[in-house]
Design a protein around this ligand. Structure first.
Ligand code: MN3
Length: 197
């Protein structure tokens, strides 16, 4: 069994004007596809061939850079597409909203902390809302790293590699992070992930 590129859960134009068709064509059809293809090649003949994705990621972390980087990026991007929806950002489902208030004081503070994590991740990487030991946390990781290798479950995934925003925002990563939080996040998906804790 090999890994395959998931379809986007919305049309290419659906996230405009916050994320363009052109960005999605490059990001999903070219960048993500390359991680899938390179990951399948890297896994071939290793102890991780045919294993579930989370097992591949946790097992290859620090042991096999080609496997970890490509399969990690496949996982991260799959989560990223699901973390967005057209007309996103609105109301947060009750139980998740309560958990965010418990963890960060206010929803606005949680959003601000997430934007701050995205902006301060130096170089390529990711910002996350994750669940660890029953608690919601905001983290950032470099390159392909993700919460799985730190014993946490990703709830919300924000790609801050330049390829995620350069076509639409050029160097303005803070504007991209703000647009993601305010206009793109699929809070129902995040709540669903939180509910499965
Ligand atoms: Mn990316």
């Amino acid at each position: 069994m090999t890994f395959s590129l998931p379809d986007l859960p919305y049309a290419y134009e659906a996230l405009g004007p916050y994320m363009s068709r052109e960005t999605l064509e490059y990001h999903h059809d070219k960048h993500h596809l390359a991680y899938v293809n390179n990951g399948n090649n890297a896994v071939k003949g290793t102890e991780w061939e045919g294993k579930p994705i989370e097992e591949v990621i946790k097992g290859s972390f620090g042991k096999n850079a080609a496997v970890f980087n490509n399969i990690g990026q496949h996982f991260n991007h799959s989560q990223f597409w699901l973390s967005m929806k057209p007309n996103g950002g609105g109301a947060i489902p009750g139980e998740l909203e309560k958990a965010l208030v418990d963890a960060f004081g206010t929803v606005e503070k949680a959003k601000a902390d997430l934007i701050q994590a995205a902006v301060t991740q130096f170089g390529s990487g990711w910002a996350w809302l994750a669940l660890k030991d029953g608690k919601i946390e905001i983290t950032k990781t470099g390159n392909a790293e993700n919460p799985l290798v730190h014993g946490a479950k990703p709830l919300l995934t924000l790609d801050v590699w330049e390829h995620a925003y350069y076509i639409d925002y050029r160097n303005r990563r803070p504007d991209f992070a703000k647009a993601f939080i305010e206009n793109l996040v699929n809070w129902e998906y995040v709540a669903e992930q939180f509910g499965q804790k």
